[in-house]
Design a binder for this molecule. Structure first.
Ligand code: CAA
Ligand code: NAD
Length: 296
């Protein structure tokens, strides 16, 4: 099945990157946000990212404009009705996602594939918000942040996913220039199963006074060759999103390694979401020179 028209739900960190990547691969993209302001905010992120690629010469100024021209925004669902695939990247909350799929199921054409970019929720639990005929056309497409740069997509199937639909999703990930890996519908799939306990442990290490924010980050950057230390990466992913992911994975596995540490919860309650809100483990008043916060 040819995938040419792509609907994206949410134009935050991930939705904007997915929309950009799909448009760069030649697809027509419609992005749905809850308000026009949020849509515009997401689009300005896309424009900045495209400008970086153009500055580096990886795309021409004409290609930059063509890619941007393939993306439109909306606050309604109707504009997504004839999409070949819908990729959902809204807040990590099961009820919000189920509600959205339920509304879309009623208006999308029968062939539309429904995909979720969830980090930790069960694809099966989202799938059951749609009619039985749609359930075979449901997959997970888990991208990585920042989407335009990260090569991986986890392609997830449920026990009801149709084989041909699954292969179309794998092929589509390739069309986007990504490397697909196949994963089963277990909370966190492959990468977050391994990454999330590590990130949460770095917060526990900070809470226990094992090292400072900068020393924990430098430890993993310089000692293990990671591109970012874990606390910098947490700020990058979003502390709110990480908190929801940890709650969901702890609920699924009932293992302490997935439990959100108290400091993470306090930071989220205090509105410290990381880079996107300006403060997290670091203060981004000067984004080029983040300074560590005083938290413990
Ligand atoms: N769009 C276009 N270009 C971008 C960009 C973007 N969004 N972000 C950075 N760049 C460019 C920069 O302009 C820079 O270009 P030059 O080399 O030509 O100068 C280049 O990419 C490298 O950027 P930086 O020098 O700013 O920083 P860096 O070398 O550290 O690379 C990074 C940035 C690729 C993000 C790297 O730090 C990295 O790989 N970090 C780890 C990211 C990671 O682990 N992501 C997974 C998170 S977990 C997840 O996504 C799953 C989940 O469910 C939570
Ligand atoms: P974000 O907070 O940056 O963006 C979410 C966006 O969704 C917001 O702009 C919000 O206004 C919008 N939204 C909420 N309800 C909506 C609805 N009903 N319809 C349309 N838009 C709606 O979050 P994010 O980091 O982009 O995460 C989105 C999803 O991607 C989550 O499921 C998350 O777990 C997953 N994910 C995140 C990362 C990451 O590194 N942040 C990586 C991979 C996957």
């Amino acid at each position: 099945m040819e995938i040419n028209k792509v609907g994206v739900l949410g134009c935050g960190l991930m939705g904007s990157g997915i929309a950009q990547t799909a448009a760069a691969a030649g697809c027509t993209v419609v992005v749905r946000e809850v308000t026009e302001e949020l849509c515009e905010r997401g689009f300005s992120g896309i424009e900045k990212s495209l400008a970086k690629f153009a500055e580096k010469g990886s795309i021409t100024p004409e290609q930059r404009d063509e890619i941007r021209g393939r993306i439109t925004g909306t606050t309604g669902f109707e504009d997504l009705a004839d999409c070949d695939i819908i990729i959902e990247a809204i807040v990590e909350n099961l009820e919000a996602k189920r509600d959205t799929y339920n509304q879309l199921d009623a208006i999308c054409k029968p062939e539309t594939i429904f995909a979720s970019n969830t980090s930790s929720l069960s694809i099966t639990e989202m799938m059951t918000a749609t009619r039985p005929e749609r359930q075979a056309r449901f997959v997970g497409l888990h991208f990585f942040n920042p989407v335009p740069l990260m090569k991986l997509v986890e392609v997830v199937r449920t026990i009801l996913t149709d084989d041909a639909v699954y292969e179309s999703a794998v092929e589509f990930a390739g069309k986007l220039g990504k490397v697909p890996v196949r994963a089963g519908d277990k909370s966190g799939f492959i990468v977050n199963r391994l990454l999330v306990p590590y990130l949460l442990d770095s917060i526990r290490a900070l809470e226990e006074g094992v090292g400072s924010i900068v020393d924990i980050d430098n430890g993993m950057k310089l000692g293990c060759g990671h591109p970012m230390g874990p606390l910098t990466l947490l700020d990058f992913v979003g502390l709110d999103t990480t908190y929801y992911i940890a709650e969901i994975m702890f609920d699924e596995f009932r293992e302490k390694r997935f439990a959100p540490p108290p400091l993470l919860k306090r930071m989220v309650k205090a509105g410290l979401y990381g880079r996107k809100s300006g403060r997290g483990f670091y203060d981004y008043a000067d984004p080029k020179k983040p300074t560590p916060m005083s938290l413990v």
